[in-house]
Ligand binder design. Sequence first.
Ligand code: FAD
Length: 419
Amino acid sequence: MSTLILGGGVTGLAAAWHLHRKGESVEVWEADGAVGGWMKTLPWEGGHFETGPQGVLWQKGTAVDRLFSAIDLPFRSPGTGARWVGKGGRLISVPASPVGLMTSPLMPLGAKLRMMLEPFQPVRPAEPEEGLSAFVARRLGKGVATELLPAMVAGVLAAPPEILSVDAIPKLRQWESTGSLVNGIRKGGVSHMVVPEGGMGQLPLRLAERLPAVRTGLRAERLEALPGGRWRATGGGEVREADRVVLALPAFEAAALLGSVAPQSADALASIPYTSVDLWHSRHAPLPALKDSFGFLIHPPEGRGYLGSLVPSWMDPQSAPEGVMQLRSFIGGAFGKPADLETWEGVFARLKHWIPVLGDPSATRHERAERAIPRPELGHRARVKAALEGLPAGVDWLSNARFGPGVRDILEGLEVWIG
Ligand SMILES: Cc1cc2nc3c(=O)[nH]c(=O)nc-3n(C[C@H](O)[C@H](O)[C@H](O)COP(=O)(O)OP(=O)(O)OC[C@H]3O[C@@H](n4cnc5c(N)ncnc54)[C@H](O)[C@@H]3O)c2cc1C
């Protein structure tokens, strides 16, 4: 069986790696000049910055652990780290334990008491698909859904939970299916954020090194069915025929290729929305309060387009020179970007609002992540189902819009896919 994989992001490369390991013939085409898609670590003045993921959730004995071990990818965990939510004009620590949450000013007492009743809530069938806010309100109470969830979701999907499907965070339904979220989390165990040595970009580079045929700078432009169930891809003056073609692409890119061969799939994929986000990287003198901190997220109504900031120099000390604190601030997403956040001065003013002692930056840089994050709005399940059911034999679509937003979701989804 020969397979041509279109898309050399982490999804395409990890899928190719699984197939190659099974002894299949596989080739990857990547449109960009380098592999990795959003997962790239780029050099920056004595350190580096990430274009996409800052870390990956790792746990012993899981798909992430198995892949990292199999490709000998060294990584480190920074530890738990303090997390904060910006609310009521100040940063409030997010307690690591349920007991801590009971005494935290993050939510009113009634909301905390209701949250404790989660294990006693009945399990609902998976169908019909539920909204993310409705799911969290049903299991944990309206207080959690309105006071805590919006900031958490903004930090992952840059979108308000009211418009999203519960499928936006697949772990939630998986946990509920064990009886309760508490039970699911207890059974599943706790994951830790880890970063490969040298940054996240090392993961796709290491995968590509282990594959026989990865072509960069080659964009697939056309897909055609051949007699005998084979497929032909054309692009950049190259033509390749294969038994199977895997589109490891964002839904809108896959839709463009499928228009003439699978119109139902193309329409369903084209209807999956994507979110763009602005990222500002900045370097400052270190602050004791953020020394061992993951970062903070802002309750969206108060953030007004400023979603929060991470501390990459804590997660990955190689990202900044010794004695320098690196921040990465997230702007816009589905919340929109007010005019004051178009410039660094505006972003810095917002940062200073939440951390008044933050000093002027020694360096800044702006990156625009255009249509970077799938937005699984309510109805996502039907869109994905229609897309997959409409695919002809010998064509498949793999993506974070199918498996879930994080690298962990993708790697777990691929293990199921490969069987
Ligand atoms: C700003 C940001 C922060 C994130 N933070 C985290 C995090 O901290 N932790 C986490 O787990 N996840 C995080 N994620 C999510 C994670 O990065 C993505 O889920 C993952 O990288 C998606 O990989 P992919 O291969 O599916 O897609 P992509 O990375 O989009 O790769 C698709 C590839 O296909 C190529 N391509 C497109 N069209 C064609 C064509 N016609 N022919 C050939 N190639 C084509 C593209 O050039 C691209 O390289 C973040 C994402 C973003 C954007």
